[in-house]
Design a protein around this ligand. Sequence first.
Ligand code: ADP
Ligand code: MG
Length: 263
Amino acid sequence: MTQLHHTLRQLRLSGLAQSLGARLQEAAASRLGHAEFLELILQDELNVRQQRLLERRTKAADFRSLKTLEDFDWQFNPAISRKQIFELAAGEYLRQSKDILFLGPPGIGKTHLAQALGYEAIKQGKEVLYRSIFDLVRDFMKDEAFKQQDKTLRRYLKPELVIIDDMGLKQLPKYSGEYLLEVVMRRYENRSTIMTSNRPLEDWGKLLCDVPTAGAILDRFLHHAITIAITGRSYRIKDAPLSNRETKQSKKAAELSTAGAAS
Ligand code: ADP
Ligand code: MG
């Protein structure tokens, strides 16, 4: 048995090694055939490997916080079509390299749904990267400063799905538009990108301080994009009493708090 475990270690079959004891007992108890037994233990190894890959890919995606479709309350905002989101989750858009744009005010679940779609893509064996637009700009600025040409670009081009969150949350630094255009242009018709924005598309020129670049970004991004415009109230302030919620003051407070927190 120790020799067997040694051999399994040499072959890097740790998943199989884990369950071997239990499987041997099971085989004796239910008189499994040799082939059946072999199939069972190899399947154990495969399951462990798939689980590890899922964990590795989820970590690499660098989600803000892992949110899933199961965590989403579909009753809260009936403007969001459960059916449409589940159809997207099936992943056909990834095979067609289509993009998705979530539009709508803060707190309605754009980041949640974008990350949940990302997690579904990982479960289907895809590589995913989640970045806020600020992280994206910072990554490219650093890349330039350290003369690591193309390293960052490669990171943004390789995954089958890149999620760029938080357009519209804050004014962006100079040249942001050029970095975003580079990513969008290279992924265009080649790999899927999900973006979220709480500002209408007409404002993107101002946000990026560069109207022509914003136009070039949107032209490509929207060409095959599925746009999901959501209206409704913020999930973050759902617990505030209704009577207060309507007053000007609390509205202002809610706006301030959602603008301050990562939206
Ligand atoms: P947005 O990106 O649109 O500003 P988020 O996706 O960050 O909003 O949502 C704000 C918070 O509320 C998050 O913690 C998110 O998980 C939660 N949330 C939003 N909508 C729902 C919902 N319908 N069901 C469950 N949680 C939700
Ligand atoms: Mg958000």
